[in-house]
Design a protein around this ligand. Structure first.
Ligand code: HEC
Length: 442
C-alpha cells in the first residue's frame, strides 16, 4: 500500500474510533429505543421486558443487535412499498447503524441525562402508552378471574360513568393489568342521558361463553345509541385523532368492554378498562368507524362463502360500495386470525383510479396494527372497497391452532380458532382542503 494511502487509511480508522464517532446512549440511542421499542417494551404491555433505562438496554445489547439487524424488531408487517403510514415504527437504516455502532463500540453511556426516562417512567406508572396521563381512567369494578382451564372465554364488562360535563376526546386506549391473557378486546361507548335509567342495577359482567350468558339482555336499555367503538389486538397502539377531529364523550352512560381471553394454563386476574384523553380545542369533525367483512357489514357477501377445508390454502374477497358522501380516511385496521397469510385492501373509483388502503404480505397474528394515514385518504362516494384475504389451513402453517387441520369458518362468535376477514375503517366526512392536509398525529 503506498505510504500516503496507508496514512489516510490509518487516519480514517482512528477517526472512526475517535470519541465523536461512537454513538452514545443518552444522546443517540435512547431516543430511538423510546420511540420505537418502548410502546411494547414496558410494564403491562405485550413484550416480556422493559427497555427504558441504560441498564435495561445494555443488559440485552447482544440480543438487541441481532433483532434490529434482522429487522425482527420492531415488528412492522405492512408493505411500505404499497402504502406508507404515519405510525410506521420500522427502523431506518440510519437508526440501525446507530444502535449497532453503539453496541460494537462498547455501549458508552455518554453524558447522563435521566429526564427522558423519568418522564417515561411517570407515564408507565400512570398506566398509559400515550404521551401524558389520562384525563379519565375507567376500569371495571372487580377483577375478573380467568381460570387456568385452557378454555377460551368471551366476557363483557360494564363500566358506568357520570362526568361533570361532556368532553372532547383526543385519544383513547384499552388498558389491562395483564394483556398477555387477552386475544383481543373491543369497547363501545353508549350514552345514557335519561336519569331514570339506572346504570348500576344490572350485572357488572357477563361471561358470554358461560351459563349466565343471557344476562347480557339486562344491558339492552343502555344500547340505544353508540358514541364510539374501538378495540385492541396484540401490537396495537393508542387511538388518537388529529387536528379538529375526534368524538365527544357523553356526560353519562356505560362503556361495554368485550374481552376475548385466550386459553390460560394458570389462574390469573384481569382488570380491564379504557383510558381517555381530552382536548381543550373544539371538535369540528366527528370521527366515525365502520367494520367491513366478518362480524361487520357485508359478512354474507364474502366470496366464495367463508369456509376453509382442512389442508386448504384459500383466498376470499369482498366488494362493498361506499354509498355515503365522500369521506376522508384516517385509519385502516385489518384483522384476521392464525390462518391468515396475506391481507390486501384497496378501493376502485368511478373515475377508474385505485386507492391503495393497506397490504400485509406476510400476515402474523401476533403483530396487528391500526395503520394511520399520513394524509386524509379520499374514498369518494360510489367507490368500491375491495378486501382480499388468503388463509393457510395446512399443517405447514406453524400458527394453525388445529393439529391435524380442521374445517374453519367465519362465524359470528369470533372464536380465535375460527377465522375472520375484517377491515375496520375510521373516517371523517370529506371537506374542501383535505387534499392539502397533512395530519399532525399526536
Ligand atoms: C409491537 C410491540 C413491540 C415493539 C414495538 C418492539 N418489540 Fe421487541 N418484543 C415484543 C414481544 C411481544 C416480544 C416477545 C415475543 C417475541 O420474541 O416474538 C419481543 C421480544 C424482543 C426481544 C427478545 C427476542 C428473543 O428472541 O428473545 C428483543 C431483544 C426485543 N424484543 C427488542 C426490541 C427492540 C430493540 C425494539 C425496538 C427497536 C423492539 N423490541 C420493539 C414486542 C415489541
Amino acid at each position: 500500500m503506498p505510504f500516503r494511502t496507508g496514512l489516510l487509511f490509518v487516519l480514517l480508522l482512528l477517526c472512526d474510533l475517535c470519541a465523536g464517532q461512537v454513538p452514545e446512549f443518552y444522546k443517540d440511542v435512547q431516543p430511538i429505543i423510546h420511540a420505537n421499542c418502548v410502546p411494547c417494551h414496558r410494564t403491562g404491555e405485550a413484550a416480556p421486558f422493559a427497555l427504558i433505562t441504560f441498564e435495561d438496554v445494555t443488559k440485552r445489547s447482544k440480543f438487541i443487535k441481532q433483532v434490529v439487524s434482522s429487522r425482527y424488531m420492531p415488528p412492522w408487517k405492512a408493505d411500505n412499498h404499497y402504502n406508507s403510514f404515519a405510525n410506521d415504527r420500522s427502523l431506518s437504516d440510519e437508526d440501525i447503524k446507530t444502535i449497532v455502532g453503539w453496541i460494537d463500540g462498547g455501549t458508552p453511556k455518554g453524558k447522563q441525562n435521566l429526564k427522558a426516562e423519568q418522564e417515561l417512567q411517570t407515564r408507565v406508572n400512570a398506566g398509559t402508552a400515550y404521551k401524558r396521563k389520562p384525563d379519565l381512567a375507567l376500569k371495571m369494578k372487580e377483577p375478573f378471574m380467568v381460570k387456568g382451564d385452557a378454555a377460551e372465554r368471551f366476557v363483557m364488562f360494564k363500566i358506568p360513568f357520570e362526568l361533570g360535563q361532556e368532553a372532547n376526546v383526543e385519544a383513547i386506549e384499552f388498558t389491562s393489568n395483564n394483556k398477555k391473557l387477552i386475544h383481543h378486546a373491543n369497547f363501545a361507548i353508549h350514552p345514557v342521558a335519561d336519569p331514570a335509567i339506572d346504570l348500576n342495577n344490572t350485572v357488572d359482567f357477563v361471561d358470554l361463553s358461560g351459563p349466565s350468558g343471557d344476562k347480557y339482555y339486562e344491558w339492552v336499555k343502555y344500547k340505544k345509541e353508540m358514541t364510539y367503538y374501538g378495540g385492541w389486538i396484540p401490537g396495537t397502539t393508542v387511538e388518537t385523532y388529529p387536528e379538529d377531529m375526534g368524538w365527544i364523550m357523553p356526560k353519562r352512560g356505560v362503556v361495554l368492554v368485550t374481552v376475548h381471553f385466550g386459553p390460560s394454563s394458570v389462574d390469573a386476574e384481569s382488570i380491564d378498562g379504557v383510558n381517555i384523553f381530552f382536548k381543550k380545542t373544539p371538535i369540528k369533525r366527528k370521527v366515525k368507524v365502520i367494520s367491513l367483512g366478518s362480524g361487520g357489514i357485508g359478512e354474507k357477501d364474502i366470496s366464495p362463502p367463508f369456509m376453509i377445508f382442512a389442508d386448504e390454502v384459500k383466498s376470499f374477497r369482498l366488494r362493498i360500495a361506499n354509498n355515503q358522501p365522500d369521506v376522508s380516511l384516517l385509519y385502516a385496521w385489518p384483522h384476521m386470525h392464525y390462518l391468515g397469510k396475506e391481507f390486501k385492501a384497496y378501493a376502485t373509483t368511478a373515475a377508474g383510479d385505485t386507492v391503495k388502503l393497506v397490504h400485509v404480505p406476510a400476515w402474523d397474528f401476533r403483530w396487528q396494527e391500526i395503520y394511520k394515514y399520513k394524509k386524509p385518504l379520499l374514498l369518494p362516494k360510489g367507490a368500491v372497497v375491495h378486501v382480499e384475504g388468503t388463509y393457510d389451513n395446512t399443517a405447514a402453517n406453524p400458527a394453525n391452532p388445529h393439529s391435524p387441520p380442521e374445517l374453519v369458518m367465519s362465524t359470528g362468535n369470533m372464536r380465535s380458532d375460527q377465522e375472520m376477514m375484517t377491515l375496520i375503517l375510521m373516517y371523517v366526512e370529506r371537506e374542501a382542503g383535505d387534499e392539502n392536509l397533512v395530519f399532525k398525529w399526536n
